[in-house]
Design a protein around this ligand. Structure first.
Ligand code: AOF
Ligand code: ZN
Length: 358
């Protein structure tokens, strides 16, 4: 690691401060949706004079918390530089435009990690700052900033959510025994990691077979988070969607997810479902947790952005249920993936793959 550190080029001041702003932004990772997680630090003479993040939709944006932080400590924003992980907004939404607040504060320079594709903003924030004579730089730590708000950025740009499909599998690629028994194949740490995946998802999609076999709650069971700017906050529960192609479920069946009036039972058309999740419910990050058949539909219709596999060191045998219900005649028809991350979680391995689109 020391060798690597010596070989990698030193971070510029702009990058260093933007990474701090990104650390601020991450504090709101589980609570801001449908809004993006955004952080801001304000620097003068190479010192941090204020910082803040967006905690939750309806609350002030990151820039406002950071500007107030400067004021509260009796310092002055005149001539300072603001580092913001997303283009400051230019519109009156639930809150007034941050670009105006920055202009009023007298900052001399604004450094932005990535532009806001929200059509209400989309470059107008930068234009407002430039028109006011503020120096603006865009694209510092852009990759890291985009990583943090994959769902928001994709949904704003395309109207479709960022879809993660997660599976817990055995060494032989099985997800349950023939009788449906599956508790537990993966270990404690993997299951805790899945809680984090759920916590950043606006919706969880599953299938009626999974509901009938396991009666899962599909809830986030993480403690409330302590946000340093607004106090203790519960993580919102994702919306549950049950794809029930053959009409096996009726709304008054005795399954846990059906007791929740917000649960959506959906018949078939998956692309239409994804569009509605963004347009009607503002679910920008979607997690698919389901069995072999629905998994095959999502993958073969090319609807998955990221495949997340937790693989446990056990063999469940040839009669256990496979992870993927699709079938191909010829080897060249196989679905291919690119491995982008591997992590050890106790005795399990977590792997993240991107589908290689045909
Ligand atoms: C910023 N700073 O910290 C965030 C921004 O309804 P509102 O008023 O909360 O506006 C939400 C929109 O503002 C959201 O869709 C995104 O475009 C932008 N988010 N902008 O300047 C922030 N969270
Ligand atoms: Zn704003």
């Amino acid at each position: 690691d020391t060798v690597k550190a010596r070989l990698s080029p030193a971070l510029s001041d702009d990058e260093r401060f933007m990474l701090m702003a990104l650390n601020e932004a991450k504090k709101g990772e589980f609570t801001t949706r449908p809004n993006p997680a955004v952080g801001c630090v304000i620097i003068k003479d190479n010192l941090i004079i204020g910082k803040g993040f967006h905690p939750k939709a309806g609350y002030p944006h990151a820039e406002i918390f950071a500007l107030n932080d400067v004021k509260n400590s009796g310092q002055d924003t005149k001539g300072a530089t603001a580092y913001v992980t997303l283009e400051p907004c230019s519109h009156f939404g639930r809150t007034p435009p941050c670009a105006s607040a920055l202009i009023k504060s007298g900052v001399a320079r604004v450094v932005i990690a990535t532009l806001d594709p929200n059509p209400q903003v989309a470059g107008k924030g930068v234009a407002m700052l430039l028109n006011a004579g503020i120096a603006v730089a865009v694209g510092v730590c852009e990759r890291e900033a985009k990583e943090l708000n994959k769902g928001f950025l994709k949904a704003m740009a395309t109207g479709l959510p960022y879809v993660r499909l997660k599976m817990g599998i055995s060494l032989d690629g099985r997800i349950a025994m023939q009788n449906g028994q599956s508790k537990w194949i993966t270990g404690e740490l993997s299951r805790r990691d899945v809680q984090n995946l759920r916590a950043k998802s606006g919706a969880i999609i599953t299938g009626s077979n999974t509901i009938i076999a396991d009666n899962p709650a599909l809830t986030v069971r993480l403690p409330d988070v302590e946000l340093d700017n607004i106090g203790t906050t519960a993580i919102p529960q994702p919306k549950i969607v049950v794809v029930d192609r053959r009409g096996k479920l009726s709304p008054d069946d005795d399954f846990t997810v059906l007791k929740n009036p917000d649960t959506l039972i959906w018949q078939d058309d998956l692309p239409a479902l994804l569009k509605i999740l963004v347009a009607k419910y503002q679910c920008h990050d979607v997690l698919v947790e389901t069995g072999a058949t629905l998994t095959a539909s999502f993958l073969s219709q090319n609807l998955v952005d990221e495949l997340i596999i937790y693989q446990a060191p056990c063999l469940l045998g040839a009669t256990a249920r496979p992870m993927f219900g699709g079938q191909f005649e010829r080897l060249q028809d196989k679905l291919n993936f690119t491995l982008v991350d591997v992590e050890r979680l106790g005795d399990d391995v977590k792997m993240i793959f991107l589908p290689k689109n045909l």
